[in-house]
Design a protein around this ligand. Structure first.
Ligand code: SF4
Ligand code: SF4
Length: 268
């Protein structure tokens, strides 16, 4: 049987929170037994939107990552439950049984993605069900229906392609992402002249490591950028400067960097 899963395109997400609100609207005060018991008002986020900032002002980038149950293949929530309180359906969707899970707080702590919540009043662990009750009726999850830019889409079967959120957890999630934020390096190349400084357009900038080499040219403002980098340490930025030896800047650190103004000398 095919496993319904989701594709999330972070580049499309505007952080409008419509998915989060739709999820709240669907589950607050509404039981869908035996799949889910009602959420308490305003204390759970089965769908949350995480805001990630990279770089420093004025070269600051903000991304929004919608995060719901990742439907892990190696699901620790299933392992942590007793009496089959968390189980995988034939279609692959991981469900917390609202009756059997009563009193099993260990289920909440088992999820490294932090998408299981404790309902203190019902003494119950709760999470996203992929809106299984709507899928069964031929519909689609409320978050998908609510998203104005189609940043979340239903995929008909478990996807092999796409990025995994926190692959270091090693849980083989069925939800796949595109555009998860990575590190970038940016800067502005200027030419020193007797009258001061001016933007250096069309200057070739190369980013090199032992295994890769990327190249770009500065825009009319002298700006350049390399994004999508997992590691900065061990890379060298090289600015080619006609008539002079190239300027080499070794990079270090684990976060995005704005190198600021990089001055080329006279004689271009
Ligand atoms: S994301 Fe968390 S709740 Fe969902 S299957 Fe994985 S471990 Fe379980
Ligand atoms: S509804 Fe769509 S655009 Fe808005 S926060 Fe959710 S995923 Fe992002």
């Amino acid at each position: 049987m095919s496993q319904p899963t989701m594709k999330v395109d972070v580049d499309k997400c505007t952080g409008c929170y419509a998915c989060f609100l739709a999820c709240r609207d669907e589950y607050t005060g509404n039981d869908y037994l035996p799949l889910s018991a009602a959420q308490p008002p305003a204390s759970q986020s089965w769908m949350r939107v995480e805001e990630i900032e990279r770089g420093t002002f004025p070269k600051l980038k903000v991304s929004y990552i919608p995060i719901m149950c990742q439907q892990c293949e190696d699901a620790p929530c299933i392992e942590a439950s007793t009496d089959g309180a968390v189980y995988r359906r034939d279609d692959g969707i991981v469900i917390i049984d609202p009756e059997k899970a009563k009193g099993q707080k260990a289920i909440v702590d088992s999820c490294p993605y932090g998408v299981i919540f404790w309902n203190a009043e019902k003494a119950l662990a709760q999470k996203c069900t992929f809106c299984a009750h709507l899928l069964e009726a031929g519909g689609e999850p409320r978050c998908i229906e609510a998203c104005p830019v189609a940043a979340i889409q239903l995929a008909g079967d478990r996807l092999d392609e796409g990025e995994k959120l926190h692959p270091e957890f090693g849980l083989d999630p069925a939800v796949k992402y595109a555009g998860l934020p990575k590190n970038f390096v940016t800067g502005e190349v200027v030419i020193k002249s007797e009258d001061g400084e001016e933007c250096a357009a069309n200057v070739t900038v190369v980013l090199k490591s032992d295994t890769e080499e990327h190249s770009t040219v500065t825009d009319i403002f002298g700006d350049f950028e390399f994004d999508g980098l997992t590691e900065l340490a061990g890379r060298i930025l090289i600015i080619h400067h006609d008539g002079h030896a190239p300027i080499e800047i070794p990079l270090a650190g684990e976060t995005s960097i704005d190198l600021g103004l990089i001055e080329l000398g006279f004689g271009l």
